[in-house]
Design a protein around this ligand. Structure first.
Ligand SMILES: C[S@@+](CC[C@H](N)C(=O)[O-])C[C@H]1O[C@@H](n2cnc3c(N)ncnc32)[C@H](O)[C@@H]1O
Length: 284
């Protein structure tokens, strides 16, 4: 196995693990990521909690807010809608949805992330149901939701994208919308660095080999899965959806904050996030 240049890593790699590119299947990815998010949830919420807010709906490090984007539809139409948030983390987006009068359910794989959701809710008038589960096996009946959403939740971490999309399709009602954001595929060709060193292509955009951090015994402790733009479109269609829009948020002048490899410098030159707006295709 060829050593992977850690300067291209999407994370600060833990001292006792190494970064590489190798296969990682559904089970290994889920196990590794549950552990990683449980171990790192505290630090993640300390580092990003203020930016995310307790009840804001932010689509990614650019800071695009659902209030302005309206990708789930006009806020006034959200009232009374059943919404599933996948990979909800501390459920900030779900609390924003609840404040609009929607009925969100916040689902996440990580117990510790959901404990942060509970911590925020304990001090808030806005509470949403929290569900600990894997996005690949959604514990809901067919046709339970009008809308589904995911702001960088689950999809970047899952080996079998189509399986998740089919699950979301199953639990949505006919015509239901699923909007999800992920790292923009072009980012995988560049080192994950916020400065000038992150501006030179260092890997093939076409290399879909998962990014894996592993321990001394070769056990994955963190996994991310890369898809090209074309793969994303094909996955959405194979999952039973129509792609309505693909939003590439531009870096706004007000946002001077860096988030890992996302920064004003890089954000002004190349996209950092891709948001796929999909609707359940009920023509078949
Ligand atoms: C980057 S966070 C996004 C959460 C929130 N939107 C935010 O911006 O903080 C990714 C979340 O996806 C969750 N996740 C990863 N793999 C998952 C899976 N297979 N099923 C459900 N959630 C998953 C993680 O536990 C984590 O809370």
């Amino acid at each position: 196995m060829e050593a992977y240049d850690p300067s291209s890593s999407p994370n600060t790699v833990d001292e006792d693990s190494t970064a590489t590119r190798r296969d990682a299947d559904t089970t290994e990815s889920a196990r590794a990521n549950r552990g990683w998010w449980d171990r790192n949830a505290d630090e993640y919420q300390i580092e990003h909690g203020t930016f995310l807010g307790d009840d804001r709906f932010v689509w990614g490090p650019e800071g695009l807010d659902e209030v302005e984007a309206e990708l789930l539809g006009p806020p006034e139409d959200l009232a009374g809608k059943d919404v599933l948030e996948i990979g909800a983390g501390a459920a900030q987006c779900s609390r924003w949805l609840a404040a609009q009068g929607a009925r969100p359910v916040a689902l996440d794989l990580s117990h510790r992330q959901l404990q942060h959701a509970q911590r925020i809710q304990d001090g808030s008038a806005i509470r949403v149901p929290l569900v600990e589960a894997d996005a690949g096996v959604l514990p809901f009946r067919d046709g339970s939701f009008d809308l589904a959403c995911s702001a960088y939740g689950a999809l970047p971490f899952i080996a079998d994208q189509v399986r998740v999309l089919r699950e979301v399709h199953r639990v949505l009602r006919p015509g239901g919308r699923f909007v999800f954001s992920v790292t923009h595929p072009i980012r995988w060709a560049f080192p994950d660095e916020p400065g000038p060193e992150g501006l030179t292509v260092s890997a093939s955009y076409f290399d879909r080999t998962p990014y894996v951090e592993q321990d001394d015994e070769g056990r994955a402790v963190y996994v991310e899965h890369h898809r090209t733009i074309g793969d994303r479109v094909r996955d959405v269609v194979a999952g039973g959806f129509r792609l309505v829009d693909l939003v590439e948020p531009e870096w706004p002048a007000w946002n001077t904050q860096e988030w890992g490899g996302w920064s004003p410098l890089r954000g002004n030159l190349i996209p950092g996030s891709a948001i796929l707006v999909c609707e359940r295709d009920d023509r078949a």
